[in-house]
Design a binder for this molecule. Sequence first.
Ligand code: PLP
Length: 432
Amino acid sequence: MTGNMHQMNSELFMDLQSAKEVFWGNPSLDPKSTMSGIQEIVDAERRLERFAPYLKKVFPETVDGIIESPIKYIGNMQRTLEDYNKSKIQGQIILKCDHELPIAGSIKARGGIYEVLKIAERIAIKQNWIDEKDDYSKLESKRIRECYSRYSIAVGSTGNLGLSIGIMGAAIGFQVTVHMSRDAKRWKKDLLRGKGVKVVEHEQDFSHAVAEGRKQSLSDPNCFFIDDENSKDLFMGYSVAAMRLREQFRKKGIIVDENHPLIVYLPCGVGGGPGGVTYGLKHVFGEHVHCYFAEPVHSPCMLLGLSTGRHEEISVQEIGLSNRTEADGLAVGRSSALAGKMIERLLNGVFTVTDETLFKLLALLHSSESIALEPSALAGMIGPVLPPVQEHLTSLQVDVTHATHLVWATGGNLVPASIMDEYVKKGKGYLG
Ligand SMILES: *Cc1c(COP(=O)(O)O)cnc(C)c1O
């Protein structure tokens, strides 16, 4: 094992193994790396635009059929964090409110829905139901939904990806089966069953649930498997967020340049969501954007995969960690090789947080801003006051005096009120 830890010093490795909060700076970061692949992001953005008339009709809660979330200054939380950590934050914190994303209430409304729509479009064009220039709202018809019901979609999930794919897939007319890992919350399974989605519960973790979904799709030629461990489509769906963010910044007059760096803190599970967003942001903002991932101390799969260079070939269980966390969205023991390889030169670093930290941050955000997030979505929130992150930026000669700290809030709007109350209570308990 230690032979594979060549890139990680042994002190960091021991802390990682003992489930302590750690920081890892990425030695492979190439701040000026030249980017290709913008066309794939633009293609994904255009596909979502083609579907906007359909989404507008089926999900009127979207803004003209576009699935996007606002950005928000959280000055009260910024002061609360400064008090909590007894330190000053240079620059300003902004919250990216993906918990407010329509349809699925989490960041999975980006990648998951995008991949379902891409599958639906491919079938519809092949069957001559539409061509690319048509108004896609005509896909919303009883006849076409019946036609789609001859196809099925399978996915493995810890909860939120299942929600997004189940809700979208069922609306189109697909037969959807979601293989849920042991982490998945009861209410997420109930919600899906209520929409006619087949939910299969597994006693094992995420990797097992994904493997079961893959197995099911192999025996059925009309079944599409959405592979969260290896999907370029999911990844590109997430990356579109960057194009939208550029427009939101322009409207609010937020500048990103050498004197106004953008520091982004993203909760990471298998890596597709934060990876796709990072990939997009690097295309849009280049060397002036700095991305950090945040993982639970018991599920640091991306930190482990990147630091060893072994990506999906190593699991957190292999170094003695449990992959047990209340942050169900991040309960992943083995990272996506695709995501890891796409970002290995783009990512600044990874830090880990305990569940206790997540719940404290949840309660602090709730009391200071009246914003309710699920535990996973708080992982990045500590970033702006984390000394090793700020030291790392200094070592890269990033001047944070006028920085924008963008904390990516990845989910929470569908959490039932009674469960949210328990989360807040638990966080307050930790705070004392
Ligand atoms: C899935 C999820 C993430 C992380 O996305 P990955 O693609 O698994 O890395 C973060 N937060 C929430 C709430 C999620 O559901």
